[in-house]
Design a protein around this ligand. Sequence first.
Ligand code: R2B
Ligand code: URA
Length: 340
Amino acid sequence: MSLLLDEEEIDEYSDGSVRLRNPNIELMDQDILYHLALGSGSHDLVEMFGDVKFVCMGGTPKRMEQFANYIMKEIGHKLPAGTTLLDISQYSYRYSMYKVGPVLSISHGMGIPSVGILLHEVIKLMYHAKVRDPVFFRIGTCGGIGYEGGTVVISHEAVDGMLKNYLELSVLGKVTRRPAKLDRQLARDLKALAHRDDPYDTVIGKTMCTNDFYEEQGRLDGAFCDFTEADKMEYLTKMHKAGVVNIEMESLCFAALTHHAGIQSAVVCVTLLDRLKGDQVLAPKEVLDEWQMRPQQLVARYITTYLLRKGRLSLDGHGSMCVKSPRRFKLVQQESENYD
Ligand code: R2B
Ligand code: URA
């Protein structure tokens, strides 16, 4: 059994461009990023993605489309008049990807296999596009341990259900381990962006990542359950004492693969419930929608602060629809409708 634990290696080239730890890629005539519906032979990836700085990922296509529209307003990015955001990966029928200036907003689906495939291809995309020093965020949902629904959790480390802080892969019949490390300074910087008057708590802690929503997360309400409520509470309490504050299903792989590629990354999730109090997600849809904005807001604060510091926040009014007088705008719209 070969156990490869690569501790503190420098994984980027000195100019900050993303390094692939795979000598095969540059020998290939073209690299097809199959699940993104992109390719190095078919697309000018430097032209399309060379200016990316932030890669934001979350579970669902809808949420990531919404994040793309939200971040567009926050960073003052204007689309040319008459144009709209397009799902760049629509023809993959797997993931959705939106680009808003320096921000990519991509859906990663549920669980480690789904986020893992996506990360391979997005990391290669960064390499082909010659992107320098990208920062990756996962903005998601989770169950809290000892935190009520609506709490924002920033992960400083990811562990599995056995509290192991590495991702285990079986490669050619051998076990490979990848440390699931997140950037602690980035986590602290994000925490510092929580406002004192935010009507919810923002905390930092260890995140447990499982391969299942039901049994592996100690839920009593799956199709199968071979343990008692007392067993569940004993396990969750033990995890809590070990520093685990939330449970979700992607952070281990997200942390491991971004760390392996030398990419700075952070995981910010909102709790949908306190698992010490129940298993079912009972909050109404409108409440869940509002909660899911919270990690987006924190990450947006980070991105806008960065761009402001770099003098790259566009606050001019060029590009998309820019309404000078809402009253006249309405009149013009009504007049046009009358011609039908
Ligand atoms: C959080 O929510 C999803 C399960 O409902 C999963 O993708 C995760 O990590
Ligand atoms: N996502 C999870 O993985 N677990 C929860 O309890 C809630 C959201």
